[in-house]
Design a protein around this ligand. Structure first.
Ligand code: WTA
Length: 648
């Protein structure tokens, strides 16, 4: 099945921005002379002070530094809103589709401008200015976009925390970036259920060591009663009455930070990924246009949450910079029925649809019926992101959802990359189900073996990127050393992605998944170390090791090996207790799927846990455990196998 080719259809090529020849020509130009290429494409956004320098980047050990368009000045909100007012003020910028199918609204660019300005004034009145950090903990409501753009307008740095994170996780992130303002809603609404966002913020603030947060701005979403602390908390609508809807956009340096977004890595502490202004916006807008073959007038829908990078780049910044109509969806794919995605597509005549394999797989479980009873005639391009899409899900997406008529773009990228790096282009790239295909303009993938030797031709190895692109993260917030250590020390001189990949004879890339201790659960990134440190914090647990295992719907599930303290009894009751513990500690996305109580973990004589063995057992593939001779106590392995929780 792998390697099967789905040719570009004539209808995809008609009117497309690039065909195969044009892609090859542009790609070649982009990597042979990045200065000239990006010097030209950097002009796709408006600059208040034009740049004269284009690329100033170094991947050299000890000197990691990434700067693009560094002497230019611009403003992201200006580019996403103001510059469209002359030509498309009355066009819809955002279509908001609520959790309930009865609720939706259209916001024009002119309305967006007024909203963003008002938000900026409310924040400015609370002391927010250039360089200040603002944490957003919001549901998928238009106010999330207004608040992001308001921060950008003032030169403030937003740090969004996904609404599914617990108060502890939220506190850690507020503390990490020192936000003095938090923006939240009374409650969120997903699949008919309420999420206590304001209550979580209150809990989080209580846990902060010092009084960092001066103001909490609360959006009324459900109208539910919440505690309001006088002097600190204010309802947005009340604060908004005190200000005007005019607020100038502050010109900032191209390298001024736009946002911080926390993401999981191999250690227990999430990293604050920093993205800046100019290069990020150029890259997000350019990839949005080319990868989705975005055309004037298209209705574009990305189903991600703004709490993840996909929501930043491909719900808000990329599409709005391009003057697109972007759809924001508050709900979930299965509420009120399994047809919801396709009902929304028909209701708003969506042309471009971008989702995650986990959503596709969960809908596949409901069969073709809920899809086939909708029209979906407006669809032209279907995107996938977040994890490898297995060929079965790819086929279902292509044939059932797209009626074998729509191009599929399997887009590989990361929080760190700011935008899509490896992807087909609809009018240009012959598709292979399961492959993210070829690099975007300016991206130089390099495959290396474990020793760092660069591999040629068809090969399998670790995926690196040899040179910088404008959307690349610039640093880990407050810890440049960690940035260098994490991404540039494994293979000096290259950015290491943490992903393994295969390259075939056509030069197509097949991402095989993470090679580090990061797992991808329903497209959400999770560090196994984060789950482990949560488990060992439980009073009955002495030790824990967490690995991923293949899961039909989620892609990967979370498998936890837990060693209990002397005298504790591992039973289903304790399993439930531990799951609840982790949910409360980190958030529902970190809930272990399977817990195995283990009297001992397989360790080397030097005390290092042999995760390779734990992964194999979790995969129910223990026939070939490889070399176990370095184990301190080989007998623990037999017990682990006997009591394994995932039995095919
Ligand atoms: C994985 C999400 C295969 C990969 C934008 C990467 C993918 C991690 C794909 C980043 C894809 C993302 N095919 N794997 N099309 N897209 N991944 O930071 O392992 O949440 O390293 O960014 O997701 O996840 P993150």
């Amino acid at each position: 099945m792998e390697g099967r080719i789905v040719e570009v259809q004539d209808t995809w090529r008609e009117g497309a921005l690039v065909d195969d020849a044009k892609y090859r020509e542009m790609y070649k130009a982009s990597v042979s002379d990045p200065e000239a290429f990006w010097g030209e494409h950097g002009k796709r956004i408006d600059w208040m002070t034009p740049y004269t320098r284009v690329k100033n980047t170094s991947f050299e050990p000890g000197q990691i530094s990434i700067k693009w368009f560094e002497d230019g000045k611009t403003n992201v909100a200006y580019n996403c809103v103001d510059r469209h007012l002359g030509t498309r003020g009355e066009q819809t910028a955002i279509i908001w589709e609520g959790d309930s199918p009865d609720e939706s609204k259209h916001i024009t660019y002119r309305e967006l401008h007024a909203q963003v300005c008002r938000w900026a004034n409310v924040l400015r009145n609370r002391g927010v200015g250039k360089g200040d950090r603002v944490t957003l903990y919001l549901p998928m409501v238009p106010e999330a976009a207004y608040a992001m753009l308001a921060c950008a307008r003032l030169g403030a740095i937003h740090a969004i925390v996904f609404g599914g994170f617990s108060p502890d996780s939220l506190a850690q992130r507020i503390q990490g970036c020192g936000s003095k303002v938090v923006i939240t809603a009374d409650e969120g609404l997903r699949g008919g259920r309420k999420v206590p966002l304001k209550a979580n913020v209150d809990e989080a603030i209580k846990r902060l060591g010092s009084p960092i947060v001066e103001h909490v701005v609360v959006v009324r979403r459900t109208g539910g009663a919440v505690a309001m602390e006088p002097g600190r908390d204010v309802y947005y609508d009340e604060a908004a009455e005190q200000v005007t809807d005019e607020c100038p956009a502050e010109p900032v340096e191209a390298e001024h930070p736009l946002f911080i977004l926390y993401t999981s890595g191999s250690t227990g502490q999430p990293k604050g990924v920093v993205h800046t202004t100019g290069g990020y916006l150029v890259y997000a807008s350019m990839t949005h246009q080319y990868v989705f073959d975005y055309r004037e007038g298209d209705i574009y829908w990305c189903t991600a949450d703004v709490g993840w990078v996909t929501g930043h780049s491909y719900i808000v910044y990329g599409p709005l910079a391009n003057g697109a109509t972007t759809l924001m969806f508050e709900g979930i794919p299965t509420y009120p029925s399994n047809s919801r995605f396709w009902d929304v597509v028909d209701k708003h005549k969506v042309n471009i649809f971008y989702t995650a394999p986990t959503a596709i797989r969960s809908l596949m479980g409901g069969g073709e019926g809920p899809v086939k009873k909708t029209s979906r005639a407006s669809l032209r391009v279907l995107g996938s992101v977040g994890e490898p899409i297995n060929p079965e899900a790819w086929d279902w997406y292509y044939k059932v959802v797209g009626d074998s008529r729509c191009a599929i773009v399997d887009t590989w990228w990361q929080t760190e990359t700011g935008g899509i790096l490896i992807t087909p282009l609809p009018g240009a790239t012959a598709l292979k189900p399961g492959s993210a295909t070829r690099p975007f303009f300016g991206v130089k993938p390099e495959m290396v073996d474990a020793e760092g030797k660069v591999l040629d031709g068809a090969c399998e190895g670790n995926l690196c990127i040899a040179d910088s692109w404008p959307g690349q993260m610039r640093t880990v917030y407050g810890d440049h050393e960690r940035f260098e250590q994490t991404y540039f020390s494994t293979y000096p001189g290259k950015y290491f992605t943490g992903d393994g990949a295969r390259r075939d004879t056509d030069g197509y890339y097949w991402i095989t998944g993470r090679v580090d201790d990061v797992i991808n659960v329903s497209g959400h990134r999770m560090g196994t170390a984060e789950v482990e440190s949560s488990l060992v914090a439980h009073p009955k647990v002495s030790e824990a090791a967490v690995v991923g295992y293949p899961h039909n719907v989620k892609g990967q599930g979370i498998y936890a090996y837990v060693t209990l303290n002397e005298g504790e009894n591992g039973d289903d009751g304790l399993r439930k207790e531990l799951v609840a513990w982790v949910r409360k500690d980190i958030g529902p996305i970190a809930s272990p799927d399977l817990i195995q109580f283990a009297p001992g973990l397989p360790k080397t004589r030097s005390g290092k846990i042999m995760r390779r063995i734990l992964r194999k057992i979790a995969e129910d593939d223990f026939g070939s455990l490889g070399d176990t001779s370095t184990l301190a106590d080989p007998a623990v392995v037999d017990d682990l196998i006997d009591n394994r929780q995932n039995r095919a």
